[in-house]
Each structure stands twice: as structure tokens, then as C-alpha cells.
Design a protein around this ligand. Sequence first.
Ligand SMILES: [Zn+2]
Ligand SMILES: [Zn+2]
Length: 178
Amino acid sequence: MNIKQLPSFKYHPDPIASGVFVKSDSVCPVCNQNNGYKYVGPFYAFTEVENICPWCIKNGKAAEKYDLTFVDEDEIDSVADEQAIEELTKMTPGYFFPQGDTWPAHCDDFCILLGGAKVVEIEDKLSLLTKDLEFIKERLEITDDMLLKDLTKDNSPLWWILFKCKGCDSYKLIADYE
Ligand SMILES: [Zn+2]
Ligand SMILES: [Zn+2]
């Protein structure tokens, strides 16, 4: 068995934890190899493509071959650097979310996706997230109590994803009901 170190993605450090890379025996349609993993996350393309491997995301060949993006270009925050946009949309695995996928930016670069697996992670950051929490409450039309309850309970219907700025200590939170 050919065990390779998974490529690293600066905006999405742990695609296995976020569930978009899974172990696989299938052959990647781009490099025609079985690399042990395939991408099962969202993508935006004109054709259905399956079994893309992490390496063909990283080197941009999957995006090039199928003219696709893994993150929706129309939904992301804006940054000035065209290369950063290219890297995020075409060379970074997307993530699962109920209503499309935005990608927050701060300090003129895209934030790092930390994921939504650990509630504890967010509890001590709530004071840093006031603006985002206000925005979420308003958009979902829910109260403080409802939001906190749904953020902290197990198997909550509320999905949330925490991002961190690469340039400063800011966090960004997005949340939506499934
Ligand atoms: Zn491949
Ligand atoms: Zn920042």
C-alpha cells in the first residue's frame, strides 16, 4: 500500500476532521492513481466528477481539468489578492454546510477553517464573537438563549463553523440550521 502524507492546505488545515476527505480504494480521474483518499465535499462544476484525490486539488489539476471550484466564488468574502482567491476556490477543499458555503476574510486574506467539532473551543471565545453572534441571531430570527442552547448541545440541528484570521487574533463564526 502506497502511504503518502496528505498535502497541506493553508485555509483548510484538517479536511479529514471536517469530513471532506475519506479513505478510498478508487482511482482519481485526474491523475489515474489510487492514492488512498478521495474528496467527498462540495464543488461547483458543469459535470459530475467523483473520486478526486487530495493531491489533484492541491496542485490545481482537478480544477483545471473540469473547470470547477471547490468553494463558491460568488459566496466568499472579498480580498484584493487574486492569487488568494484562486488558491481558495480552486486549490482548497470545501466544507459541508446546510446553505451554500461562504468563506470569511479578515486582514485582507481568507480565514483558516477550524471546523465545528468542538463546542468547548467556542465557549471561551464567545466574547470575541459578539458581532457574528448578533448577525446570526438576526438572520435566523432567534434569541440569545436559543442560539447558545443550540450551539452547545449535542446533535444540534444548528451547524456552525469557526474560522480564525491568519493575520490577527480574530475569529469568525458562521451558523445555520440544517
Ligand atoms: Zn489525483
Ligand atoms: Zn485579522
